[in-house]
Design a protein around this ligand. Structure first.
Ligand code: B3K
Ligand code: ZN
Length: 881
């Protein structure tokens, strides 16, 4: 049990900083036994602060050991300051002064992976959100922006590459086999964007010429074994740089842009100014080791971090409550980039799938918070799907309401007005208002109110008047600490189809002669009635086209309507959504029913025409074929019984695979690829279709499917096909083949950590192979490493987060297992431990059978000795009444 409750921080208590730091001069002496950091801060009193205490306060951490401190060149004596694990206070300072602080750290023992630490023999940093205080005492808050000069000193043989932010301005040898490099970053930045890397790395060079003709040096630094895995990231970076110029008018500002790959990293990547640091799995790729999904993810993350250079670095956040200012906007930007370079419909389907499955769950659970939260205990717990994905949806809605031109003017104004400043989400919205002349005051509620709005839609057709009407009611559910919410401003895309599938003109009154067939309705009241005139028959509505708002839509769909829209809706997203709805309806109708209950034959017919139709956009077909996930089915069910949902879904999958077996074999062969590996949407879609066909055939243990899988596994020329075959075998009942394939895959790839991560997660997420005993055995495997977050995520996260049927064993063994691992990780890496709590947090949503076991596991974690603030917050909020 933790003895003290961590402090809650409130937005309402925000105060401007009492002191500003104009310059930061850092000198790092890096050794095997530790690192000494000399910091010189040029400080002045903030004229805008009413605080006249004359007391300079700096943040700190238990990882710091203070060696000395001096003010304006004079060493501070004991009694002239206080310093401890949470910070340092220097009273009686003048209005302007220089403070020197020398600290000693042990990066080699830093398992939290924040601040300065070592990974595979290299030094690296992670400062967002509050890691800089683990390096030196500093007012570690984003509204303190400074110019940094950083000198890094280390042994030349072991650390030939020494990097920090900005441009390298000096370098030389120091004797004793040591050397130094000095970096200067001309742009003022908050401390969370500071970075340092030192290691024996190879450099891959590239270049980019900006719109205005400046030549930028692009450099990627990786361990020598990864030298062949850089091309995709560099190509993605150049595409992103060009795109940001063309679409947002944003040009890169420094002369150098660097990317470093690090194996041990708590999240995906970090946008440090001029020196982005990536988790190896989010940046390194070659066709034989990375799947198509990994290639796409890398492209979007490289773009995301690059886009932060404007949305995040040049214009940053005033405080961490504003996190979505940079994250929501930047996710929106990277999403649009991916839509432009790939298939826009497919990208939207992927994003909405994630949003509806995981963000809606967060928004309905104990950790629900607004896009701009008003309190937190541990900020690292707030890097959430709500801040990122819902935040991006909020920006998307602004663009929908303003239209692309005014939105661009708004973003230009935002960047011009706030360049070099630390601002709020409100400043962002104001720039959009000022540029467009639109009033977004009600829209701001999207930032303030948590919870997913529910839209209940009913309709009516008056044949005598030829009028079709839609009634839309909105309601926002209560969330922790927020009740009785106000209606929000919601853009609602709509179209109407006649019985032949033609789009109908949307005439909103008897005199309206409009010919447009798609509109965005604006909802601002709790209830609206919209009329559509001049209709000779009752139309089929296509609602919330393109998913114009992150809401739950409730409408009494008939299966006929869904099937009709599945083949006729001109909106690709809604076509897919209609198919999902039909599948959900069929699966749900089988939950808890006897096994002989027939499966809706029209679903089979609809899937048959999808599989056999080579004319349709194959990328869309590949998505439409995927049945809704168990996680999604679970999310939309109250008192969910995981095992019953799993059984019903499996039943539908079996029926589809057995009935369409010949079509699946034909689809498999039709999508055979010869020739070189290509990353075009068509080629990706073909591989996806082929691997789905294989997965289905192996799901029913088909013998021909087995032959195809074994051959594909042996002969595959790329990782998408090889791991697709492996996954299919692992999810089949061909146990001998499964074991042999797993063993041979391991032998082939054991030296490649990124591939071994996949090898782990293919097993732990498999309903057939991922039984608890197997997962426990993997924790003992030679390739498993408790200190490496990727391995922890692929084994423990793969099981608890993606293998619903095994994790939710009614005997509660899965829950106890997870609680054990969380407790174990809490001591070494609390951020990762806190993330792993997530599968337990929604225990109240489960059927009785599961609830008590989940709760008991949370209580076990709660009672752990010396629980971290990170885990404390999630566990206590989950258990709160
Ligand atoms: N800004 C970082 C995330 C930092 C997480 C700190 N716990 C990566 C990103 O969103 O681009
Ligand atoms: Zn980001």
């Amino acid at each position: 049990m933790r003895t003290s409750q961590p402090k809650t921080i409130y937005l309402s208590e925000y105060q401007v900083p009492a002191y500003l730091v104009d310059h930061v001069d850092l000198r790092f002496e890096l050794f095997e036994e530790g690192a000494r950091v000399h910091s010189t801060l040029s400080v002045r009193r903030n004229p805008e602060s009413p605080n006249r205490s004359g007391q300079f306060e700096l943040d700190g951490d238990s990882l710091l050991k203070l060696e000395s401190a001096a003010l304006d060149g004079r060493a501070l004596e004991e009694g002239e300051y206080t310093a401890g694990s949470s910070g340092m206070v220097v009273p009686g300072v003048p209005d302007e002064f220089e403070l020197n602080v020398v600290t000693w750290l042990e990066p080699q023992n830093n398992t939290r992976l924040e601040g300065l630490y070592k990974s595979s023999g290299m030094f690296c940093t992670q400062c967002e959100a509050e890691g800089f205080r683990c390096i030196t005492y500093f007012p570690d808050r984003p509204d303190v922006m400074s110019r940094y000069r950083t000198r890094v000193e280390a042994d030349l043989a072991h650390y030939p590459v020494l990097l920090s932010n900005g441009n390298d301005v000096d370098r030389g040898e120091l004797g004793d086999g040591r050397h130094f490099v000095t970096w200067e970053d001309p742009f003022p930045k908050p401390s969370y964007l500071f970075a340092l890397v030192a290691g024996d790395l190879v450099e891959k060079k590239d270049a980019f010429t900006t719109e205005s003709g400046r030549e930028i040096d692009l450099r990627m630094y990786v361990e020598p074994r990864n030298a062949q895995k850089c091309d995709h990231a560099l190509a993605s970076l150049k595409r992103a740089m060009r795109w940001d110029e063309e679409v947002y008018g944003r040009e890169y500002d420094l002369n150098i842009f660097m990317i470093v790959a690090v194996d041990d990293f708590n999240m995906g990547a970090m946008e440090n100014k001029g020196l982005n640091i990536f988790n190896s799995s989010c940046v390194l790729a070659s066709e034989d080791t990375a799947t198509d999904i990994a290639f796409e993810r890398i492209e979007s993350i490289v773009a995301h971090e690059y886009f932060h250079n404007w949305s995040g670095n040049r214009v940053t956040c005033r405080d961490w409550f504003q996190l979505s200012l940079k994250e929501g906007f930047t996710v929106f930007r990277d999403t649009e980039f991916s839509s432009d370079v790939g298939s826009a419909t497919v990208k939207r389907i992927e994003d909405v799938t994630m949003l509806r499955t995981a963000q809606f769950a967060e928004d309905a659970g104990p950790m629900a918070h607004p896009v701009r939260p008003s309190s937190y205990m541990e900020i690292t717990n707030f890097y959430t799907l709500t801040i990122y994905e819902k935040g991006a949806e909020v920006v998307r809605m602004i663009r929908t309401l303003l239209g692309p031109e005014l939105f661009r003017q708004g973003s230009d104004l935002y960047f011009d007005r706030h360049d070099g400043q630390a601002v709020t989400t409100d400043d962002f919205v104001r720039a959009m208002e000022d540029a467009s002349g639109r009033d977004l005051s009600q829209f701001r509620l999207w930032y303030e109110q948590a919870g997913t709005p529910v839209l209940k839609v009913t309709d009516d057709y008056d044949s005598a008047r030829g009028v079709y009407s839609l009634t839309i009611r909105q309601h926002i559910p209560d969330t922790p600490g927020q009740k009785n919410k106000l209606p929000q401003h919601i853009p609602f895309g709509v179209g109407l189809l006649d019985s032949h599938g033609n789009s109908l003109p949307l005439q909103m009154s008897a005199s309206d002669e409009a010919e447009i067939t798609e509109r965005v309705l604006e909802l601002t009241d709790a209830e609206h009635i919209f009329e559509f005139h001049g209709l000779a028959e009752r139309p089929v509505p296509s609602l919330l086209r393109g998913f114009t708002a992150p809401v739950r839509l409730v409408y009494p769909w008939t299966r006929e309507q869904s099937m009709f829209l599945m083949s006729h809706d001109p909106d690709g997203f809604n076509r897919w959504d209609a198919g999902q709805r039909l599948a959900v309806d069929v699966i749900n109708s089988l939950v808890g029913k006897p096994s002989e209950t027939p499966v809706e034959p029209r679903l089979v017919t609809a899937y048959r025409s999808l599989i056999s139709n080579a004319e349709l956009d194959q990328a869309l077909v590949a998505k439409m074929l995927l049945l809704p996930s168990e996680a999604y089915l679970f999310e939309i069910t109250d008192e969910a019984d995981v095992q019953a949902i799993h059984t019903a879904r499996n039943r539908v999958l079996n029926e589809l695979a057995l009935t369409l077996r010949d079509e699946l074999v034909a689809c498999y062969h039709r999508n055979h690829q010869s020739g070189p590996y290509e990353l075009t949407p068509q080629a990706i879609a073909q591989r996806a279709l082929r691997n789905t066909a294989l997965a289905w055939l192996l799901h029913i243990n088909d013998d021909e499917g087995r032959e195809l899988a074994l051959r594909q596994f042996q002969e595959a020329g790329n990782m998408t096909d090889q791991s697709g075959a492996l996954r299919a075998l692992v999810n089949s009942d061909f146990e001998d083949d499964r074991e042999r394939a797993l063993e041979s895959f391991y032998q082939q790839w054991q030296k490649d950590p990124q591939v071994i991560e996949q090898w782990f997660s293919i097993q732990t997420s498999s309903p057939r192979a991922g039984r608890l005993a197997n997962v426990r055995a993997l924790l003992e495997h030679e390739a498993f490493d408790w200190k490496n977050p990727n391995k922890v995520r692929s084994v423990i996260g793969g099981f608890a987060g993606q293998n619903l049927v095994q994790f939710h064993n009614p005997d509660a063994s899965g829950y106890q297992f997870l609680a054990e691992q969380i407790c174990r990780l809490d001591d070494s890496n609390p951020q990762i431990a806190a993330r792993l709590v997530s599968p337990l947090t929604r225990w109240r949503k489960f059927a009785r059978l599961y609830r008590e076991g989940m709760k008991a596991a949370l209580e076990k974690v709660r009672d752990k000795e010396g629980l971290s603030a990170d885990v404390y917050e999630v566990v206590h909020k989950s258990l709160a009444d």
